[in-house]
Design a protein around this ligand. Sequence first.
Ligand code: DX5
Ligand code: ZN
Length: 222
Amino acid sequence: MPSQKIIVAPSILAADFSQLAEEIRRVEQAGADWIHCDIMDGHFVDNISFGPGIVDFVRKHTKLPLDAHLMIEHPDHYAPRFAKAGVNSITVHVEPEAKHDVEKTLRAIREAGCRPGLSLNPATPFESVEPFLHKIDILLVMTVHPGFGGQSFRPEMMEKVRRAAEWNKFHEHKIDIEVDGGINAETARLSIQNGANVLIAGTSIFRAKNYRKAINELRGTK
Ligand code: DX5
Ligand code: ZN
């Protein structure tokens, strides 16, 4: 188990959008570390969520770091707009279907003053992110197929988490290892055991009665 602090990042995709400001305030008071913003374009994934306008609104309602996850085509085109909206990190996808020059996009994200992150879908092998590891601050391991909240965690993704943690051991540059999809108290424990240090969770936090209890349970500090 890592001795470093476990970061909990609620995904507002599962929040009640009719009271978004209140939902953000609630998770912040409940001990959330970052706020995760899932951006979907209906092309890279089969769902549409929200864009820079909503992120701008979120920025005005919290001082917590905003972690943008772009599940979109041409993230190079849109990343500057999220940077302008005030996010702290921008994660893009490595799959060719995202239609961008990965290295160029990562560089542009850093130049825009954000932490660059790279994500891989369940079907994408770890090898596809390996060439970029020294250029990123965050590796987001999808533990469900991206597009929808509320799906079941895929334990076989832990191999990628272990390989990223192994990479961290042998390099000065350390990468945050995020898991995203189906994260609850049980799958969070498994992810932490395998080396993840950032837990993204929508359903298990926003559908819980007590946000503080849900966040503490994810962190393993009841
Ligand atoms: C899935 C998104 C996730 C999702 C997690 O495409 O990237 O961030 O919102 O939701 P839960 O925790 O409900 O699986
Ligand atoms: Zn996400």
